[in-house]
Structure formats: C-alpha cells, structure tokens
Ligand binder design. Structure first.
Ligand SMILES: [Zn+2]
Ligand SMILES: [Zn+2]
Length: 172
C-alpha cells in the first residue's frame, strides 16, 4: 500500500485520493479472504494528515456457536488523524482503546506514503468480533461435540430449565 505522493502531500491543504485494492496487511490477528478495497482521501491540514474514506474486506471468522470458519464481508467509513512520520515497527503500535486518546498514525516508509499501518489499525477496529455462520445455526452438542447442523447426534439431552430446578428437587 505504498504511494509515491510524499512530496505532494507535504504541502499544506494538499488533498489526494487513492484507491486501495491490496491484501490485508499483517498484524491484525484475523485472516482475510481476497483484498481490502476502497478509497482513502488524505489531506494535509497543517502538521497532521486527515485521512478518511471507505473500505471493504472479507474476514474469515469462527462461528460463535459451531466454530465453523465462514466468510464475513463487512465495510465501513472512517476518519482518522495521521502524520508524515516513519512507520518504524508497525506491530508495536497498540490498539486504540476507549480511554486513550488515539495517537496519530504514521504514514511513511522511507520516501513513500505507506497506508498499511493505517489500514491495519482500521481493520483491527472494524472487523466484526462475533458472528454466526447462519442465523439458525444449531451449534455443537455440549456432550459429544458433534456439529448439530449436520444432523442430530443421538445424545440424550435432559434440558432442565434452571428456574425449575429447585421445584424438581422438592418433588423428589
Ligand atoms: Zn455455526
Ligand atoms: Zn451429542
């Protein structure tokens, strides 16, 4: 995600829009299917670079119920503050938390503007953390571990409503 636009962008009020269509940068802890696509606009607002745009990607996530990996497409609009500073160690930048004022994201790799650290942080922020493979996913059997979407497992399942448990004890 390197662009030869450093000189242009160094001038105050310079504004450049670039198209993104690249594999997801490493360091997101998520596997992505296909490229990250979209548009990012960079504007020199004096000292800092305002970055905004729209991105879409497809993550490979585990179903929250049956653990099957499935593709989850998502897209988002964003607005971030960046700086024309070197990306030294991309992976050392900590994830933005609610309490901390997020640091300006570095944009330079040598003489090139490199959007990979910006995109990496955006993907960490916007990738859905939970998902189910389908709305009616039946999950896995807690006893034998079989994926119940493939059919019933044959385990005897005594489902006791926890609210009724005390009553049941009284009746015994
Ligand atoms: Zn599932
Ligand atoms: Zn079972």
């Amino acid at each position: 995600m390197r662009y030869d636009i450093r000189d242009k962008l160094s001038r105050r009020d310079a504004q450049i829009t670039v198209e993104v269509d690249d594999p997801a940068p490493p360091g997101t802890d998520v596997e992505f299917v296909g490229d990250v696509r979209g548009e990012i606009t960079l504007r020199n607002v004096g000292g800092e670079i305002a970055a905004w745009g729209h991105l879409e990607a497809t993550a490979l996530l585990e179903c929250g119920r049956c653990l099957t990996e499935h593709e989850v497409p998502f897209s988002f609009d964003f607005s971030e503050t960046c700086r024309l500073e070197q990306i030294d160690e991309p992976l050392s930048y900590t994830q933005v938390t609610a309490d901390d004022e997020p640091a300006a994201i570095p944009l330079l790799d040598g003489d090139a503007v490199d959007l990979s650290e910006l995109v990496r942080q955006l993907l960490v922020l916007y990738t859905p953390s939970r998902s189910v493979c389908r709305p009616d996913c039946k999950g896995i059997c807690p006893q034998c571990g079989k994926n119940l979407n493939d059919g019933p497992c044959g385990c005897e399942r005594e489902e006791i409503d926890p609210r009724l448990a005390p009553l049941r004890e009284l009746l015994q």
